[in-house]
Design a protein around this ligand. Sequence first.
Ligand code: 1HE
Length: 257
Amino acid sequence: MTYPDLSLERQDDIAIVRLERAAKRNALNDGLILALRDTFQNLPEGVRAVVVDGAGEHFCAGLDLSELTERDAGQGLMHSRMWHQALDGLQFGPVPVVAALHGAVVGGGLELACACHIRVADSTTFYALPEGSRGIFVGGGGSVRIPKLVGVARMTDMMMTGRVYKAEEGERAGFAQYLVPAGQATAKAVELARRIAGNAPLTNYALMHALPRIAEQPADHGLFTEALMAGIAQNAPAAKERLRDFLEGRAAKVSRD
Ligand code: 1HE
């Protein structure tokens, strides 16, 4: 399946999914959200990690505002639920996703970035939530995901005052885990995706599906879920093989370099 505003490039066991709507700064219209949903539901066989990036000068300008004006309340509710479904499909999909950010990462673009598992930003990146000044609210899961990265106070400030975080302070605040020079975000994200693709699949699965749920549980439930997940993961043949490799001197040591 091909989509006019979304491309998928296969590189061995990883894929690069690119927003291809640069003329509109990769603003997310309904077609693009549905294309993202369908793409993550139907990743090609053998893809073990994905990089999401955006064509042109900006990662993503958020919701396509030209589609917003005609909706009533009920349609607005359903529209938000459509975004939730698409971005949940990415966060809780089959494989880890690394976002490669540059330029504007604003509104729904920030919501998309926050649904990914790791964010790499280049030095041109800036983060904002212009919903506040547009008279609307986040609707793509931002109120759930953004405070988990940067806290409720920062999100409130961004929406109330229109505050923009530049790349460096954005990394310090917790939006991105990696900060790289201009133009290098996709290359760094691909490098990370290759490493991730080399992990035991069940470890990646546990990080995507167990860890965020454990974080939501009361401590005693979380510890019990952790123990279940630990038991299942260590029982996998891939884990036993990797442990043997280390004990027999075939695996890399942890190194500070
Ligand atoms: C758009 C959009 C858009 C650009 N919807 N068309 N998001 C915002 O409030 C951000 C709005 N956009 C911007 O602030 C700027 O466009 C950027 C900082 C991202 C980029 O600036 P620049 O100077 O590179 O581009 P531009 O000239 O502003 O825009 C180029 C074209 O893209 C122009 O269309 P044209 O036909 O006149 O060429 C813009 O109208 C169009 N464009 N952004 C529609 N967002 C699930 S709820 C989520 C709620 C939200 O995301 S609200 C935040 C929306």
